[in-house]
Design a protein around this ligand. Structure first.
Ligand code: NDP
Length: 333
């Protein structure tokens, strides 16, 4: 049973030396627990925050101990009522091959190959990142039909769903930004975005103005920095900005400067609001009911970048920070 430990808190970009893959004893499930053989591990940008000591909405990872994260796996031993050997569960003890999970912390999900959606979907399109897109767009950004929507990180797990949900729900125009020409092509040709640009090809503000000549009503921010400033600059009257993430600053060692044009929020009566998916799980049933059929019918497309092997989990995580992924990054064990 191999598991990933955090050895030292990264300063700036995480280094391989900050982590170790450790051979640990096989966990034994106690009363009310199940032993899970993990099949897919999730690697997510927010984990960078947990590697720091700074106080946040989740506790920092402890040094010298196994890290955590979303995972789905197969129950191989059960000492809990209602969960059988062979069931598949979603839980939070990732970054390892085997986990003893409290049954209260394990959510049963459809099994792979049963005609259901693939297991990995519960980490992405029908899981945490999917709900993030849904809740952030519909609730925090108060999306309504006819809105012009701009989303950054648009080829990623959250962003690709934001753009497509907006389209499916009647956005007048959907614009996305991403970090490569290949991703930009995908947004327009496969996901149906009306316009997209590569933020590495020129100033974001200029590219956004060209892509949204009539301005934007909603900005779904995954990135922060220049993107946020550009979005404020293009915001229409009564515009709304949902701050989901700011991946451009996660490895900064100094606080990043804020947008210089915040005063524009006065003129536009604009609203900017951060949110955490954890506060919106009441929307989960509605999310699954609405988005599930779109996924099943192919109306909402999704990609995954799958890295194989527990030993490559760290590389997969670093890949998310670098932008190696298209859609949800998962590790297959
Ligand atoms: P993604 O699948 O979008 O992967 C992250 C992407 O960020 C990369 O693929 C990369 O794509 C892009 N990126 C990396 N560095 C930069 C940069 N400097 N500038 C612009 N883009 C960059 O991850 P998720 O979908 O899981 O998460 C997206 C965002 O949502 C993150 O900020 C995350 O922290 C946040 N989040 C917030 C939640 C909440 O509850 N508020 C819940 C879940 C996620 P590219 O090639 O385009 O650069």
């Amino acid at each position: 049973n191999r598991e990933w430990h955090l050895l030292s808190r990264p300063v700036g970009w995480p280094e391989v030396e900050d982590f170790a893959l450790v051979e640990a004893p096989m966990p034994t499930p106690g009363e009310g627990q199940v032993l899970v053989r993990n099949r897919y591990l999730s690697v997510d940008p927010y984990m960078r925050g947990r590697m720091s000591a700074a106080k946040s909405y989740v506790a920092p990872f402890e040094l010298g101990k196994v890290m955590q994260g979303g995972a789905v796996g197969e129950v191989v031993e059960s000492r809990a009522e209602g969960i059988e050997v062979g069931d598949h569960v979603l839980h939070f003890l990732g970054w390892r091959e085997y986990a003893a999970v409290d049954s209260a912390q394990a959510v049963k999900v459809g099994s792979a190959g049963s005609g259901d959606v693939p297991l990995s979907a519960y980490l992405g399109v029908l899981g945490m990142t999917g709900l993030t897109a849904y809740a952030g767009l519909l609730r925090t950004a108060s999306f309504k039909e006819g809105d012009a929507v701009f989303v950054s990180g648009a080829a990623g797990a959250v962003g690709s769903q934001v753009g497509q949900i907006a389209k499916l729900k009647g956005a007048s125009r959907v614009i996305g930004s991403a970090g490569s020409d290949e991703k930009v092509k995908l947004l327009v040709e496969e996901y149906g975005f009306d316009a997209a640009f590569n933020y590495r090809n020129g100033p974001v503000a200029e590219q956004l103005r060209a892509a949204a000549p009539d301005g934007i009503d909603v900005y779904f921010d995954n990135v922060g920095g220049d993107h946020l400033e550009a979005a404020i600059g293009s915001l229409n009257r009564d515009g709304r900005i949902a701050v989901c993430g700011m991946i451009s600053v996660y490895n900064n060692t100094e606080p990043a400067p804020g947008p210089k044009n915040l005063a524009r929020l006065i003129q536009t009566r604009g609203r900017i609001e951060g949110f955490l998916v954890g506060d919106h799980y009441d929307l989960q049933p509605q999310f699954v009911q609405e988005v599930g059929p779109w996924v099943a019918s192919g109306a909402l497309k999704h990609r995954e970048t799958v890295v194989e092997g527990v030993e490559n989990t760290l590389e997969a995580f670093l890949g998310v920070l670098r932008g190696d992924n298209i859609g949800k990054m998962v590790v297959k064990l």
